[in-house]
Design a protein around this ligand. Structure first.
Ligand code: 13P
Length: 256
């Protein structure tokens, strides 16, 4: 994947909706809105990370990129219930999230995350690595925390496959809130992530990586992040879980 000029707008459905029937309803309505949008939207205007088992069903009716929210397993073999990247990819997923704070909270270790990222990239699977601090401090220690987190998560990642890597900056304190970080707070972190990437792998590889913002994004502030937050796209939770609000986010982000 080359660095995009179009915004990468990823909806994260988390563990919603409750049934496949309801998921289909949401996507059908979203598609109707996307198709009749004025001005016209690009061919694949959005990404959706859906419950894994819905992926093939949603792909059939969606014009977007449909992906998974996590990687369950990191080795082929006797690991019940753990889906590995090549299985997700060949089962129909276009991308995956890795290291979301809600997955970390349930016990994902640094070691596991490092292997998930490496294995996923080795499968040439578009991988959205999520990083974010739980709280901020005046001294800016959160920036060193993020740099360290990035470094550890990418320890085994093959830099020649960084075309497939996306970093999502999701401050944990903004997730699920009605007010996101400010675009300026986001911009500072994006610059810092870019610097860390350059020092890790050099400019040629670092510049291939798209960076997104996520946490409390809604239709009225989405575009400001693209214009002033220095990001290539957004990772959207609650506002993506309803066809109308997700469509409003998409439409606003593509407006001039
Ligand atoms: P909200 O947009 O609901 O804050 O969620 C953000 C998120 O966790 C996306 O991955």
């Amino acid at each position: 994947m080359n660095k995009r000029t179009l915004p990468i707008l990823i909806g994260n459905w988390k563990s919603t909706p409750d049934t496949l029937q309801n998921a289909i309803k949401i996507v059908k309505l979203l598609e109707k809105k996307v198709l009749s949008a004025h001005p016209k939207l690009p061919k694949k205007p959005y990404y959706l990370a859906v419950p894994e088992i819905f992926i093939p069903h949603i792909k059939e009716i969606s014009s977007g990129f449909i992906g998974s929210q996590n990687i369950g397993g990191i080795s082929l073999g006797q690991t019940t219930g753990a889906t590995i990247p090549s299985q997700l990819l060949t089962g129909g997923a276009d991308f995956t999230l890795v290291g979301h704070s809600e997955v970390r909270k349930r016990g994902e270790s640094e070691e596991e995350r490092m292997h998930k990222v490496a294995l996923s990239l080795q499968s040439k699977f578009t991988t959205v690595l999520c990083i974010g601090e739980s709280k901020r401090d005046k001294e800016g220690k959160y920036l060193s925390f993020l740099e360290e987190d990035l470094k550890e998560s990418l320890t085994l990642a093959p830099k020649n496959l960084f075309d497939y890597l996306i970093i999502a900056y999701e401050p944990v304190w903004a997730i699920g809130q009605s007010v996101p970080a400010t675009p300026q707070e986001c911009f500072e972190v994006v610059i810092s992530i870019r610097r860390s990437l350059v020092s890790l792998v050099g400019m040629d590889y670092a510049k291939k990586v798209n960076i997104l913002y996520g946490g409390g994004v809604h239709k009225d502030d989405a575009k400001i992040f693209l214009d002033e937050g220095g990001v290539d796209g957004l990772l959207i939770g609650q506002a993506s879980q309803d066809a109308t609000s997700f469509f409003e986010v998409i439409k606003n982000c593509y407006s001039k």
